[in-house]
Ligand binder design. Structure first.
Ligand SMILES: *Cc1c(COP(=O)(O)O)cnc(C)c1O
Length: 331
């Protein structure tokens, strides 16, 4: 499995650090908790989309595109990283934002990631919740093409087999770090949304027979739907890599019990996790993704599902820019 067969623009700060969370591990009194710092990928406050965009933007460049279009929720970290990546390589960027939460908070709608989208020079159009965003991107693309632009469309979250290659690479990188330091990981946990992160990771972990179970904490869809979309994307990713059939359905495990009130709506447990990481480790989580995954991690430690003596790696997928859209619940 050779990732160098695929076009890539090297831009992320890699490898991201792998660090032990001494104080959090002591506080929870159970397993040994480590963190893989994909919040530190180096592009406009960092995050997991940067790894995917290394492959997606290379494809856009190979297709001679001069404009990329993508979509996400109002506080989309993916949109912000796409806008920054486009700026870095001199491409234009058009973003469609879907109002999934119905919030009329001024900071939610204009601060945080939205402010950064505009700062990076992207044009932004807003759509009500429930819009068919894939269709909306198609019609936006048509309008640009009619004006002579060469458009490349990136799906929401950058989650297709091309984007997932970034997380196949992350699996290789993480296992390399564990090997270099003679560390055995018993579990890897991460937030899972548009599925590319979990799908790429499981494909990479299976490809090298790492034997480490991966658990995704859902942020939106129920368990059956989340697992089905991760599995479908993992199959597509393995196929793209010339290794079909490498991932089994039972390798894909999501726990969607920490979604709370819905996508982008933090629960009390989410807010507690954000505060706990900030106060015990000086690490910024976010209220939409990593805060919900951390709430799951904390609960698994407290209830003994992750036991003393086990080593857990928490993949921090970023998202801190969204904090500035959530001052009303965090302030
Ligand atoms: C997009 C995102 C995720 C989820 O990753 P997917 O590949 O969409 O499943 C997790 N955390 C943060 C901060 C994100 O922006």
């Amino acid at each position: 499995m050779l990732l160098s067969r695929f076009p890539r623009i090297f831009l992320a700060h890699l490898p991201t650090p792998l660090e032990r969370l001494d104080r959090l591990s002591a506080l929870l009194g159970g397993p040994d908790i480590w963190i893989k710092r994909d919040d530190c990928t180096g592009l406009s406050t960092g995050g997991n989309k940067t790894r995917k965009l290394e492959f997606l933007m290379a494809e856009a460049q190979d297709a001679a595109a001069d404009l990329v279009i993508t979509q996400g929720a109002t506080q989309s970290n993916h949109a912000r990283q796409t806008a920054a990546f486009a700026a870095r390589i001199g491409m234009d960027c058009h973003i469609l934002l879907e109002d999934r939460t119905g919030s009329n908070n001024a900071n939610y709608n204009a601060n945080g990631n939205v402010l950064l989208d505009r700062l990076h020079g992207a044009s932004v159009e807003k759509h009500p919740g429930g819009t068919d965003m894939a269709a909306a991107m198609e019609s936006a693309a048509e309008a640009f093409r009619a004006k002579g632009r060469k458009v490349y469309i990136i799906p929401g979250g950058g989650s297709n087999p091309t984007g997932a290659l970034g997380y196949v690479n992350c699996a290789f990188e993480l296992v390399g770090q564990l090997n270099d330091r003679a560390l055995v990981a018993d579990h890897i946990v991460t937030a899972t949304g548009s599925a590319g992160t979990q799908a790429g990771l499981i494909t990479g972990l299976k490809a090298i027979h790492a034997g480490i179970p991966l658990l995704g904490f859902g942020v939106r869809a129920p368990k059956d739907r989340q697992e089905a979309s991760v599995f479908a994307l993992a199959c597509g990713t393995a196929e793209k890599l010339g290794c079909p059939g490498m991932v089994d359905r039972h390798d894909v495990v999501a726990d969607c019990a920490y979604v709370g009130g819905g996508y982008g709506i933090p629960s009390e447990a989410t807010l507690e996790a954000v505060r706990l990481f900030a106060r015990t480790e000086g690490i910024l989580l976010d209220p939409v993704y990593s805060g919900k995954a951390a709430a799951g991690l904390i609960d698994y430690c407290r209830t003994g599902r992750f036991r003393a003596g086990e080593r857990i790696v928490f993949l921090h997928t970023g998202g801190s820019a969204a904090l500035f859209g959530y001052d009303s619940v965090l302030g």
